[in-house]
Design a protein around this ligand. Structure first.
Ligand code: PRP
Ligand code: MG
Length: 170
């Protein structure tokens, strides 16, 4: 199945000049959704994985089913003020200004093997700060997996030194 054709392009969303990759058309299609998760899982099949970490919100949509399939735990990384227990946080750059992500302090134990999963790699800012949170807790990031990679934004360069996987490249 060519998953590329299942991703919907929305011109000028959320603002002019951005060609938004809409994955809701993949998620609602039972065969495409399964194929998406299966292909990401296949790239990770030789790894020992304790925890999948997914950043809010779209990272949950891919990360949680992947964790279930691989028999790993799932840990959410969230926008500020959403996680109820003690957290650590990391700032990351946006086009204008900065934003923050948080993780529970006790979510990952030192030495646990972690895979970071998100729907899309653009500049790499979101996942880079997710990786920094995991490493601050002592987790070992063994791979980073995306459904979609926007190659022209060179986010892969921001993640140099890590294994970066993606299924569909634009
Ligand atoms: C989108 C997307 C990735 C991130 C990619 O999330 O889901 O997480 O941007 O961009 P980057 O590589 O430049 O960091 P967004 O922050 O729009 O929020 P959402 O997942 O909550 O919809
Ligand atoms: Mg996101």
């Amino acid at each position: 199945m060519d998953l590329r054709t299942k991703i919907r392009n929305i011109k000028d969303f959320p603002k002019e000049g951005i060609n938004f990759k809409d994955i809701t058309t993949v998620l609602k299609d039972k065969d495409a959704f399964k194929e998406c998760i299966d292909q990401i899982a296949d790239q990770l099949k030789d790894k020992e994985i304790d925890i999948i970490v997914g950043p809010e919100a779209r990272g949950f949509l891919i990360g949680a089913p992947l964790a279930y399939k691989l028999g790993a735990g799932f840990v959410p990384v969230r926008k500020p003020g959403k996680l109820p227990a003690e957290t650590i946080s990391a700032e990351y750059e946006l086009e204008y200004g900065t934003d923050k992500l948080e993780i529970h302090k006790d979510a990952i134990k030192p030495g646990q093997k972690v895979v970071v999963v998100d729907d899309l790699l653009a500049t790499g800012g979101t996942v880079k700060s997710t990786v920094s949170l995991i490493e601050e807790l002592g987790g070992e990031v063994v791979a980073i997996s995306f459904f979609i990679e926007l190659e022209f934004l060179k986010g892969r360069e921001a993640l140099e030194g890590y294994e970066v996987n993606s299924i569909v490249k634009f």
